[in-house]
Design a protein around this ligand. Structure first.
Ligand SMILES: Cc1cc2nc3c(=O)[nH]c(=O)nc-3n(C[C@H](O)[C@H](O)[C@H](O)COP(=O)(O)OP(=O)(O)OC[C@H]3O[C@@H](n4cnc5c(N)ncnc54)[C@H](O)[C@@H]3O)c2cc1C
Length: 542
């Protein structure tokens, strides 16, 4: 049987060799409204590069050939190395060179408030559309800088090697490399969320400590250095553990196993044991959680950005297909019910990117503006909760838009689908985010943030009522926390859209999410024919 041309076979052509920035009007608008407009050309170049067929192919290869652990070398000595496919290293090389692990740590001389978080988030969001596994060490490396600040002497040696934007995949001492990557080990067998149950111990020895114990999850074990928690004499403490000891000997960090994961396959997630492994203390003894939480706040932000990226790629795959596939003499996109599903998805995906970009703006402004600092603190767990939890259902709906092709590995959808849940689990799962919101929502912080959101969302329907619901739910504590957090995310999304999107889009979001309770499924919103057309044209120009 000869294979017909895609058009004759009624199949959609591959979605590749596209500009991930130029074709994304919601992204361009929200970057501009959050002070990143001057970076448009740089972002367009990034979008062209990452939208190239070659990059999609690298993403495929890196996941089709997952990393392999080698515990022993050919003489039987421990080596604890992990081998990755060259495509993974290529993705790492490009992301590091583009500053995804470094660009927010701008030199102090840069005029404040530069939109460093916003423009880096735009790039992270585009990279996540192509391949998310390699972004795990990228996000940990950039976030680790925040925790290292507690130990200026160490930071002075390590941070310049992060800022160098050089990816060096060699298994070699970190001080011999121009560029390094960092990982993090907190979770133990008996407790991940509740790190106070950590049993790993740290004993002072010479210029550092010797660490003994394990980590049940430690991703990207080929990083050069790791921030780990362990029980020191003064309590739970943060440490910096190198793969090589200062004398050049390989550190006693033994990789026991790589996790066999649902998704996130290009990334290695390991179980490790420490047998008197050498590490330096970061911050004071007993202040481990306070020290490492500086890092976690940033990785939580990245979880939300990456999930928004997954939603975006799922949406465009579905929309692209629906514009080519003909059913019952009409293009799928012109079938009223399919248009309704796609439009509802487009609205939600636009809300997701508007939300994270506005949040990144708060991070950019936080140092000089207390209200923005309060907003960043309170809304980070809110937004991680909402976007990361919406993404799996969203990707599933997009998969269904492609029919049987969406369920088959040649399409991108199975990988996006497997990838989606992890962002909700790691760096604090849903309930943990809701608990964090309760902790952060002091009466003053809540009032500051709600006042600011009300100003941004002025004129939209349902704002006053939603505010009242949020106050009531968060005041009720844990029993109503999930509801309150979800409502707060929706209010923040409406406010973000009101600032960055056309008025009709913000109005529609508020009408379908604040005023009318949104159905459990996408495609249940009341969106007119004209509104659908506008949303879809905006989501992806024909
Ligand atoms: C692919 C992958 C890679 C990972 N990489 C790393 C890594 O590099 N470094 C690292 O340190 N960790 C890593 N983790 C671990 C991850 O951060 C933890 O799995 C996560 O924080 C949850 O911890 P846990 O598994 O111990 O679950 P638990 O803490 O037991 O939580 C189980 C459930 O209970 C909920 N819960 C917890 N406390 C409460 C409460 N008080 N009230 C109500 N509900 C609650 C949680 O929300 C969760 O849904 C990784 C995990 C995965 C899946």
């Amino acid at each position: 049987m000869t294979t017909p041309e895609p058009e004759l076979a009624n199949q959609s052509p591959p979605y590749e060799d596209v500009n991930l920035f130029g074709s994304d009007l919601p992204l361009r608008d929200t970057v501009a409204s959050n002070a990143g407009g001057a970076e448009c050309e740089v972002l367009a170049a990034f979008g062209r590069r990452w939208g190239a067929a070659e990059m999609f192919e690298r993403g495929r290869q890196a996941n089709a050939h997952p990393p392999q652990l080698e515990t022993l070398d050919d003489s039987g000595f421990r080596c604890d190395t992990v081998e990755f496919h060259p495509a993974y290293h290529a993705l790492m090389g490009e992301s590091v060179a583009e500053g995804l692990a470094a660009s927010t740590w701008i030199p102090e001389a840069t005029p404040a408030p530069a939109p460093a978080q916003v423009t880096r988030a735009a790039r992270f969001y585009m990279a996540a559309q192509v391949e998310t596994g390699h972004l795990c060490p990228i996000t940990m490396t950039r976030a680790a800088v925040a925790a290292l600040a507690a130990e200026p002497r160490l930071a002075a040696q390590v941070v310049p090697k992060i800022m160098a934007r050089r990816y060096d995949q060699r298994f070699a001492p970190w001080w011999e490399k121009e560029g390094v990557t960092l990982g993090m080990g907190m979770t133990e067998r008996q407790g991940g969320t509740d790190v106070r149950t950590n049993t790993t111990t740290a004993v002072p020895a010479g210029e550092g400590y010797l660490i003994t114990g394990h980590k049940w999850f430690m991703s990207a074990p080929m990083c050069d250095l790791f921030l780990v928690l362990a029980q020191a004499p003064g309590g739970l403490t943060c440490f910096l553990m190198p793969r090589f000891c200062p004398d050049g000997v390989v550190n006693a960090l033994h990789v026991q196993r790589l996790k066999d994961k649902l998704g996130n396959r290009s990334n290695a997630s390991s179980e490790v044991e420490f047998a008197d492994a050498f590490a330096w203390r970061v911050g004071e003894e007993g202040r481990g959680v306070r020290t490492i939480i500086q890092m976690v706040q940033l990785t939580r932000l990245d979880c939300a950005i990456a999930s928004a990226g997954l939603m975006r790629m799922a949406l465009v795959q579905a929309l692209h297909h629906a514009r080519h596939r003909i059913v019952f003499q009409k293009r799928l996109v012109d079938q009223p019910m399919m248009a309704g599903v796609l439009a509802d998805m487009a609205l939600e995906a636009e809300a997701a990117i508007a939300l994270v970009m506005r949040l990144c703006r708060s991070f950019d402004l936080a140092a000089a503006d207390q209200a923005e600092a309060a907003r960043a603190r309170l809304l980070t767990p809110v937004i991680k909760f909402w976007i990361c939890k919406r993404a799996p259902a969203f990707v599933y709906e997009a998969m269904e838009c492609l029919g049987g092709n969406g369920y088959v590995e040649e399409s991108l959808l199975p990988r996006l689908y497997r990838e989606a849940p992890v962002n909700a689990i790691w760096e604090g799962s849903g309930n943990v985010m809701a608990l964090d919101v309760l902790r952060a929502a002091t009466p003053e912080t809540l009032r500051t943030v709600l006042d600011a959101l009300a100003v941004d969302a002025e004129g939209l329907p349902g704002v006053r009522e939603t505010r009242a619901l949020i106050m009531e739910a968060l005041a009720a504590g844990e029993t109503r926390a999930r509801f309150g957090v979800e409502r707060l995310a929706l209010l923040a999304a409406a406010a973000a859209l009101r600032v960055s999107a056309p008025a009709a889009v913000a109005e529609l979001f508020a009408r379908t999410r604040l005023v009318a309770p949104h159905g459990a499924m996408l495609g249940t919103s009341d969106i007119s024919v004209a509104e659908r057309a506008e949303l879809l044209a905006r989501a992806l120009p024909v």
